[in-house]
Design a protein around this ligand. Structure first.
Ligand code: FCB
Length: 534
């Protein structure tokens, strides 16, 4: 459908001005974005730009007690209280532990440059640093790495993506105790030694900001600790514990990167970074207070883990509002924390509006210092910020990609960035038939529009080096179980058969043909997938 001339003019103005978009009526904006067919092709990205897909261990591996693996925090959580809305768990997941060769073939057939996966800590070190290295775990990841490299796919490895041996929780309370830094350092050393000759991209920790919020503020992830008004937990303190857990995660990160930079990087020559969940925060209104609230929301969410890894300390705003509640880095710690990353990993899915709570009435949650006195809302004047998705906190807001990358570029002096996750799950999946899940046109549109938005920031000079689709295949979506599906490949829950969705064929076409818009006059399907594959 062609946008009207007025719509087109509005669209053009708003595409060049995030502020205009923020102060405009959300509904108009969504319609305009839907009408725009993004023209994005692989050659819009520089040579050497990595295109990949991502997964994480607990979400796909299964084999939860095989070959001397111990119980992880997620295994223990799922087997005690129940961990997801559908009562499912990751015991079997996608059985990637046994099917990884088939999965690597799928990646190869897509033409991926890189595959981002995580190490199951409990598979490599079942008892943390209190027991032996499990050789079966090392062999498993060696096979994955070797087979990826055989197919020309670069491994992009995350050391910790939400899961760790339960023993570390039982012994000393995991991330709430500095002992966890020692355990993480040991895991990192074992992995650098065992895999670092072939792995050139390392991530220490995935989304510490999202993890501490879910585990220690809202109590949804294990160890389910929180307090009112954030949630109903038996134990915990939502105002304090997320800060402590984050502090230990950051120091663990800093110590592991110091080890890598000093003892491994000179020989192995890889890069190491941290992955952060990055919402784009737009002001709810054009008022000065809401604009300040949006800046604070960024500082309290994205700046919280990133500022220490680049500047050596937490953001000023956090010092101001949290005072002595905020843990502090010693001088020596500041020194090794500063510039402890070679790249920033950005997991970006969605945007939220920010409403000031220092001067107006807010929800009990927004009214708290740990949230920086900001309410994060999804509606403006009764209109949603974007089209809903399968997760109630994620909306389709393509402009957010350009905006967040630009913000991060400016704040961190254009440090190299990777988009380490970006993906889409449809709402109401339980009611959808398999044929609808396979014909995932919305996912294709999502990636096209977010990629187009990314190219805008890159044309403005953003130093982005790669983009990973979340996810290679449908998997265990944490507390949402298996009904929220993000995959390029559909996974049948009964047979575990993998079936490429339209989005997989689109990605392949995008990656191999260097052009998505094959023929402006062709049908939508032909444009997306070419005549040969439809
Ligand atoms: C991210 C997580 C990833 C997956 C996606 C949907 O926050 O890193 O494991 O759950 O969200």
């Amino acid at each position: 459908m062609k946008p009207s001339t007025i719509s087109l003019v509005l669209f053009l103005i708003s595409s060049f001005s995030p502020l205009f978009a923020a102060s405009n009526n959300g509904d108009t904006r969504i319609k305009l974005e839907e009408n725009k067919q993004p023209h994005v092709k692989r050659s819009d990205f520089p040579p050497g730009f990595l295109f990949g897909a991502a997964t994480s261990a607990y979400q796909i591996e299964g084999a939860y007690l095989e070959d001397a693996k111990s119980l992880s925090n997620w295994d223990a959580f799922c087997h005690s209280t129940g961990c997801s809305v559908d009562g499912e768990n990751g015991d079997i997941a996608d059985d990637h532990y046994h099917m990884f060769l088939e999965d690597i073939d799928a990646m190869h057939s897509l033409g991926l440059d890189s595959y981002r996966f995580s190490i199951s800590w409990a598979r490599i070190l079942p008892r943390g640093r209190f027991g032996e290295v499990n050789s079966a775990g090392i062999i498993f990841y060696n096979k994955i790495i070797d087979n990826l490299i055989l197919k020309g796919i670069k491994p992009f490895v995350t050391l910790n993506h939400n899961d760790f041996p339960q023993e570390l929780e039982d012994k000393y309370g995991s991330w709430l105790d500095p002992e966890m830094q020692e355990d993480f350092l040991y895991l990192a050393e074992v992995c650098f030694k065992s895999f670092g000759d072939r792995v050139k991209y390392w991530v220490t920790i995935n989304e510490p900001n999202m993890f501490v919020e879910l585990a220690y503020e809202l109590g949804i992830f294990p160890p389910s600790r929180c307090s009112q008004p954030f949630g109903n937990c038996l134990h915990g303190n939502s105002d304090v514990e997320p800060l402590i857990a984050m502090h230990n995660m950051l120091l663990a990160h800093g110590r592991a990167t110091k080890l890598y930079h000093e003892n491994f990087q000179p020989k192995q020559g890889g890069l190491i970074g941290l992955v952060v969940h990055c919402f784009m925060y737009e002001p709810l209104t054009d008022s000065e207070l809401d604009r300040e609230a949006a800046k604070r929301a960024f500082a309290f969410d994205v700046g919280w883990p990133l500022d220490p890894t680049i500047f050596g300390d937490y953001p000023e705003e956090m010092h101001k509002y949290l005072g002595s509640k905020l843990p502090s880095f010693s001088l020596q710690e500041k020194k090794f924390m500063k510039n402890s990353i070679d790249f920033i990993g950005i997991n970006h899915y969605s945007a939220l509006y920010s409403k000031d709570c220092t001067n107006s009435s807010c929800s009990a949650v927004g009214n708290s210092s740990i949230q920086g006195f900001v309410d994060k809302v999804v509606e403006r004047d009764g209109v949603l910020i974007g089209e809903p998705t399968g997760l109630d906190y994620l909306f389709v807001v393509p402009r957010g990609m350009e905006e967040i990358v630009n913000l991060i570029k400016i704040r961190y002096n254009n440090k190299p960035m990777f988009i380490t996750e970006n993906g889409y799950s449809s709402p109401d999946l339980q009611e959808q038939r398999v044929s609808m899940l396979l014909n995932d046109v919305k996912r294709v549109e999502f990636h096209e529009s977010y990629l187009a938005s990314l190219t805008k920031s890159m044309r403005d000079g953003a130093n982005v080096r790669g983009y990973f689709v979340w996810s290679l295949m449908d998997g265990y979506e944490w507390s949402q179980g298996y009904n929220v599906r993000f995959g390029l490949y559909y996974v049948d829950r009964q047979t575990l058969t993998r079936v490429p969705k339209l989005s997989a064929r689109w990605y392949k076409k995008f990656l191999t043909n260097n052009s998505v818009l094959i023929n402006q006059n062709a049908s939508r399907n032909e444009r997306l997938f070419g005549k040969d594959v439809i």
